[in-house]
Ligand binder design. Structure first.
Ligand code: 1GP
Length: 245
């Protein structure tokens, strides 16, 4: 079993290499390991081309044993310094670039480097504002109040043979993916790994996502934002505890 998948269910801390310097990522990774997070996801919907590798290396050096997975925005971000690459197909969209083109471009890299991949159907759900993923991918998110539509996309990805689903409201979304949408997708893909992220800031939101069927709950922005005391706004240990219940 892959190190990251074996660490679940759990909380994943998302580090965006285009916004986080290697030294800063090292601090985040140490905090994630100390808090008992299942691992770190590394990715950006835009940019991060060469920073991705530097940040991945800094995380591994700072927090040995903490699983790191790549959550790439494009084939340009591929790095061998991770335990797993989410091989993402943006199945909520109809843009061939993110359904097959980036995948073909990834093949020379994956032929040279034997990094494990996880075929993942990525489903973008409306989180209340236009997010970077929507703008960069030029795809529309699914409506937030149509669980049956999300379930159909997740089920289609399973029938195609994908191994996991990532439900995302987009980074910094005002509204996370609802429990109804998560539950509907969980029903459509029993046995597949289910990641849920986007706009999750508080322990009760982590708990709700987990109870609705998420295996991994992803938090990024809330841990980047600084509170009044200068430290992160969100309480990482409390978020980790919320996954366990
Ligand atoms: C974004 O799901 C991730 O793709 C995490 O979102 O930054 O809002 O936590 P946040």
């Amino acid at each position: 079993m892959n190190a990251l998948l074996g660490a679940g269910p759990g909380l994943l801390v998302l580090v965006d290499p285009s916004r986080t310097a290697p030294a800063e990522a090292a601090v985040v990774a140490r905090a994630a390991r100390a808090a008992g997070a299942a691992g770190v996801l590394l990715g950006s919907s835009f940019d991060g081309t060469q920073d991705t590798e530097l940040v991945a290396r800094a995380i591994r050096q700072a927090a040995a044993g903490l699983p790191v997975a790549l959550f790439p925005g494009s084939a340009l971000q591929l790095t061998k310094e991770v335990d797993l690459i989410l091989f993402l197909s943006l199945v909520s969209g109809r843009n061939p670039q993110y359904l097959i083109e980036e995948h073909v471009r990834a093949v020379p890299f994956l032929t040279r480097h034997a990094v494990p991949t996880l075929s993942t159907g990525y489903i973008l759900v409306d989180g209340g504002r236009v997010t970077s993923v929507e703008a960069v991918s030029q795809t529309r998110p699914l409506p937030a109040d149509k669980p049956e539509l999300a379930r159909a996309h997740a089920t289609a990805a399973r029938l195609i043979g994908m191994q996991a689903i990532y439900l995302d409201a987009g980074s910094g979304a005002p509204r996370p993916v609802s429990a109804e949408v998560i539950r509907a997708c969980r029903e459509g893909v029993p046995g597949l790994t289910l990641f849920v992220g986007g706009g999750i800031r508080r322990p009760e939101q982590v708990r709700a996502a987990r109870l609705a069927g998420a295996d991994f709950v992803v938090v990024g922005t809330a841990l980047e934002e600084r509170g009044a005391g200068g430290g992160p706004d969100a309480d990482l240990p409390a978020l980790v505890r919320a996954v366990a219940g």
